[in-house]
Design a protein around this ligand. Structure first.
Ligand code: 5GP
Length: 188
């Protein structure tokens, strides 16, 4: 991958598909950096402001959106999320591949951005397994969980718009498969 020009790695998939675990592995590669999105949702246990997301108010988000600071943005599960244009331009200028863990609406905007990208959609093995994973995670209220599950099927229907679709039934295998797709060397 180091011989190829830098590009965005767009990673999408339904809630609890294992995307977060996957991106944490992928950014261990020196050629890959993570795009830290801005969001208006509240911080969860185990998350760090500035590492997982930039947690900002809705007022700040809308101001920055008006100023055109977002390369893409979307309202997902009732909260705003956006990728900062400056982060992406800086990473690409440094020759780094920049990983965006974003939803299907955002991915569509990236596909139309004119910037280089490769897109991957991560699927859970089945909807039942996804329900169990979400329940076991226990980070969402019943109401929020119902909202997330409602749009899962819609999201799954967008998989065909991606360059690659990977079913995450075994994390180790999924990581290896994605590294192979991206041409990443396994870190020592
Ligand atoms: P979560 O709140 O569970 O971290 O993320 C909820 C959804 O928002 C996920 O589908 C995630 O991919 C998406 N998301 C996170 N950051 C961004 C972003 O910057 N832009 C867009 N469009 N979606 C995002």
């Amino acid at each position: 991958m180091s011989n190829k020009p830098a590009r965005m790695i767009v990673l999408s998939g339904p809630t609890a598909s294992g995307k977060s675990t996957l991106w944490r592995h992928l950014v261990r590669h020196p050629q890959v950096t993570f795009s830290v999105s801005a969001t208006t949702r509240s911080i969860r246990d185990g998350e760090e402001d500035g590492r997982d997301y930039r947690f900002i108010s809705e007022e700040e988000f809308l101001e920055r959106k008006e100023r055109g600071e977002f390369l893409e943005w979307a309202k997902v599960h009732g909260h705003f999320y956006g990728t900062l244009r400056s982060d992406i331009e800086e990473a690409l200028a440094k020759g780094l591949n920049v990983l965006l863990e974003i939803d299907v609406q955002g991915a569509e905007q990236i596909q139309n951005s004119g910037l280089p990208f490769v897109s991957l959609f991560i699927k859970p093995p089945s909807l039942e397994i996804l329900h169990d994973r979400l329940r076991n995670r226990g980070t969402e209220s019943e109401e929020e969980m119902a909202l997330r599950l409602k749009i899962v099927e819609e999201e799954m229907a967008c998989a065909e718009n991606y360059d690659h679709v990977v079913v995450n039934d075994d994390l180790e295998q999924t990581i290896a498969k994605v590294e192979q797709i991206l041409g990443l060397e396994v870190p020592a």
